[in-house]
Design a protein around this ligand. Structure first.
Ligand code: DGI
Ligand code: FE
Ligand code: FE
Length: 395
């Protein structure tokens, strides 16, 4: 029987770490071929920064040139609908009856393997190889392999030992998005690097994909609010001759950290070493602006400081606000879903906003300070300073 390894993955993009794993498995298990098999994107998972199949397949094809045992396979991409490993292997073994397949997965996946769909069937059809980086991970992988072996004594289960490979696809994406692709060149097959450059992949985050991601992670009402803020921000930007796309992006992301509860916001800021003031500690929700700016930069690869600061100051404002900060602050306050019942003079401010943005910001601030005072809530120093700055220039 011809021994064939199968290495699946989203390969977004494929990098030398994947190839090192394929090589190690081939060597250790004497595999004649290793098929690099790009997988479909699960519909419920994030599609943010995920390339279309055609690009992921093309790059896997270029990467496969590195070793004559490597073969790119579009087997899974060509299938219709959801692909479970058990089904893929069933079809593969039917189509290639003279082959013994070695299905290669990461150590983490091995740990959860028994919860996969039809693990028994998978193990009947193929051998399972778990890859663990040397050290603790290798130990965990070996333990997981032993547990699976115990549950399925007939199965052929092995581990692939791998030295640590210091890069991930996410780091590669981040490098390209932030204009520092050169930094990760050594971790990619040269032709894959060139392919990314030539096709300008991972170069620009679009409103459409941010919108899709917000729709996925935010509660329905919060998502609709964010869309409304994005569109109103773009309208204000247009009226001022500013960049409408920047306004759209700042608007759709402004509450991107608001899926968290106040408690989670605090924990998350502590975990990420984001400084938290005393006022913020007592009024946790204020942190969604700060954390949102952090997410925009680190999770959504936004590099434009004007977008980041518009998110950062959308709740409190700040003295000397930039135009984009004012736009998002005001759009957040005035978007069409906001109603008079929560903010009495809303319609009055709405009338003035396009003619005089600053004046509208002033009234929004005055209202907010007034409302918080009446409600006996603590007001952040920066909100007061912003209000006072406006008051002075309007007196
Ligand atoms: O996130 P949103 O609900 O869309 O809107 P937001 O981020 O502007 O938050 C609105 C609330 O923030 C509103 O109830 C007023 C409040 N707020 C604004 N500045 C301060 C503040 N609350 C406190 N405690 N202190 C402030 O300085
Ligand atoms: Fe907000
Ligand atoms: Fe908001």
């Amino acid at each position: 029987m011809k021994k064939i390894g199968i290495l699946g993955g989203t390969f977004n993009p494929i990098h030398n770490g994947h190839l090192a794993l394929a090589t190690a498995a081939a060597k250790q298990y004497d595999l004649e071929e290793v098929w690099l098999m790009p997988s479909k994107l699960p519909p419920h998972k994030s599609h943010f920064a995920m390339l279309p199949e055609q690009h992921r397949l093309a790059m896997a094809g270029l990467a496969a040139k590195a070793d004559k045992r490597f073969v790119v396979s579009d087997f899974e991409l060509l299938r219709e609908g959801l692909t479970y490993t058990a089904d893929t292997l069933e079809l593969l073994t039917k189509e290639y009856p003279d082959c013994r397949f070695y299905f290669i997965i990461g150590g983490d996946s091995l740990v959860s393997f028994l919860n996969w769909r039809q693990p028994g069937k998978i193990l009947e059809l193929a051998a399972l190889l778990g890859a663990g980086r040397a050290g603790i991970e290798a130990e965990r992988t070996a333990e997981a392999a032993a547990a699976i072996q115990k549950a399925f004594p007939q199965a052929e289960i092995g581990t692939v030992e791998l030295s640590d490979y210091p890069i991930s696809s996410n780091e590669i994406r981040e490098a390209f998005y932030t204009g520092t692709g050169e930094r990760v060149r050594v971790f990619l097959p040269e032709e894959v690097y060139r392919y990314i450059k030539e096709n300008k992949l991972f170069s620009k985050v679009t409103f459409a994909e941010l919108d899709a991601e917000m729709r996925r992670i935010l509660p329905r009402r919060r998502y609709l609010h964010s869309v409304a803020v994005a569109h109103l921000s773009a309208a204000y930007a247009a009226s001022l001759g500013l960049n409408t796309e920047k306004a759209l992006i700042a608007g759709i992301l402004h509450d991107c950290a608001k899926a968290h509860t106040d408690e989670e916001l605090l924990l998350e800021c502590d975990r990420l070493s984001i400084p938290v003031t005393e006022v913020e500690r007592r009024n946790g929700f204020l942190l969604h602006a700060k954390l949102g700016a952090y997410y925009a930069k680190n999770n959504y690869f936004i590099t434009d400081e004007e977008i980041i600061s518009a998110i950062r100051y959308h709740t409190t404002g700040r003295p000397g606000m930039t135009e984009y900060e004012k736009i998002v602050f005001l759009a957040d306050y005035l978007e069409p879903f906001r109603t008079q019942s929560t903010t009495p003079v809303l319609n009055e401010i709405r009338k003035t906003a396009f003619a005089d943005l600053d004046n509208a910001v002033y009234y929004a601030l005055a209202n907010t300070v007034n409302y918080l005072t009446k409600a006996g809530r603590e007001i952040d120093k920066i909100t007061v300073e912003t209000y006072n700055e406006y008051k002075q220039s309007y007196e």
